[in-house]
Design a protein around this ligand. Sequence first.
Ligand SMILES: [Zn+2]
Ligand SMILES: [Zn+2]
Ligand SMILES: [Zn+2]
Length: 324
Amino acid sequence: MELRKDPITRSWVVVGKEEPAFPAGLCPLCPGTQSQSKTLLALPPDGPWQVRVIPHLDPLYRIEGQPGRSAEGIYDRMELVGAHEVIVETPDHTRTLAQMSGEEIERVLLAYALRIDDLKRDPRFKYIAVFKNSGSLAGEEWTHSHSQVAATTFVPRRVLYELRSAQQWFRQRERCVFCDIVSQEQRQGKRIVDEQGAFLAFCPYAARVPYETWVMGVPHNSRFEIPDPMADRADLAELLGRVLRRLVRVAPAYHLVVHTSPNEYQKKGELHEYWRTISDDYHWHIEILPITAITSRSYGLKETYFNALAPETAAKTLRGLDAI
Ligand SMILES: [Zn+2]
Ligand SMILES: [Zn+2]
Ligand SMILES: [Zn+2]
């Protein structure tokens, strides 16, 4: 098992990892079944936990060792060093994130922030990804509501694309592209799904899949894990809850991913060229990609996103749905 870099697209691919096969039966995320796994974080800190973070049961990355980059002719490879954790969002086996109260979702978001912040202290890691696969179509490993954290020695391809574009935009205009997007969405209104406090949810202009929704803070902030004094995370939690309650009515599954700035302690390698203006040009956001029956065949074959549903129509439908 190793990481191999595609020299053309510069993306890293995990090669040789078999799909994990978890035994059916007892859910390993339920209280009482996890005594063997170490608790990395529990919230609230005292009393019974609502959120518990544990090492992944079949991790893609191993915490020990050095990435040990080496070459094979023109190619680049690395050991699979990193951290892979599971955020158990609730002790209740059947409760979903969309069903949770604002206060409960806020705790899940706090766990995201605390794990990102903690893992960034390890200088080997370049990026900390937090994501959630919900529903079997999204490839979830357990039905028990959970998110995952992956700390990697490389920056994921999509984030690298974003850093590249954000930096170019900033060079040309001295403005953050995400701030520009937010202000245009607020001005036009037609792709907005919902808003609360300093947070906005909207269907992006070039949505890749039907009902794709982004949730982000209006004040400029490159780091999700460091809350903006102008933006109360409780508002983000309420908003995210309402957005998810709408989305689960139109799609049986979704991917959710937090995009935040790479590790501030890492300025080498692919980050070297981006780091100078990153805190000014990058802006955290949450991307939610619902999976509908037509989504699953939208990308693979033609390598171009094909989205049959205009984001303006999607936002209008979502606005009209009950979020209770
Ligand atoms: Zn369970
Ligand atoms: Zn911004
Ligand atoms: Zn993004």
